[in-house]
Design a protein around this ligand. Sequence first.
Ligand SMILES: Nc1ncnc2c1ncn2[C@@H]1O[C@H](COP(=O)(O)OP(=O)(O)OP(=O)(O)O)[C@@H](O)[C@H]1O
Length: 270
Amino acid sequence: MKVRGLTKRYGDVQAVGGIDLDIDAGEVFAILGPNGAGKSTTVEILEGYRRRDAGEVSVLGTDPGRPTREWRSRVGIVLQSTGDAGEMTVRETVRHFAGYYPRAQDPDEVIERVGLAEKAGRRVGELSGGQRRRVDVALGVIGSPELLFLDEPTTGFDPEARRRFWELIQGLAHEGTTIVLTTHYLDEVEALADRVAVIARGRIVAEGEPSTLGGRATAQATVRWAGGSVETGTPTRTVMELTRRFDGEIPELTVTRPSLEDVYLGLIGS
Ligand SMILES: Nc1ncnc2c1ncn2[C@@H]1O[C@H](COP(=O)(O)OP(=O)(O)OP(=O)(O)O)[C@@H](O)[C@H]1O
């Protein structure tokens, strides 16, 4: 996927102010940013559901501004808002959507993978919010997409459901599906993403691997022990000195670098 100079304005709001992106096939790419940063606008343009004002965009070799039916069948989408809570059961809903795709997966397998096997016979309208979200995810992957967009996919999930969902995504990534994910959960980015872009006020303010974003890996480390702490660029040396001082085990020793959250909050200017 290749994006150059993407812009979008709503009246006098510049929602997206010139974004460049390159996302490789098979990558899990996360887009992070505060509310109103322009993530959904960007993703909806890439999905072919919103018109851009300017810029060049190529998604699976096609301009999403002129989507074809064939192209749509290769792209899976899980939108932010939950769809209608219908009268159909989970199994009926997933089967129904499977019918739209030339390479649909087995509906019961997909229901199992999103952890809804026990609810397959229930009407979607009777499910909890988090369970309905899993139906959304099932509908996003049922067509065996080459590229899957997930807009805040785990909002409302309980911790166990999130873990299960992460495994599902890791499995899809392992099978070669390209995944573009927006989220507000930094642990989700660390667990899933190969690369992450941070968007603030319609622009990319940082991009890279979660472990090295914003110079995280080489930032000053904090060494703490019972009785003191120090910020240092050479934590190994500090620990060696402390080992000598304590003649062995250093009480309550920790060595930490800035978390992804620390780096992220710094980047968006909080
Ligand atoms: N249809 C619209 N009409 C007018 N303004 C809009 C529209 N959609 C979005 N905006 C504005 O564009 C800006 C970017 O919104 P967008 O939804 O892309 O942000 P976001 O990063 O996805 O936020 P969130 O994390 O809250 O989902 C915001 O200022 C928003 O108010």
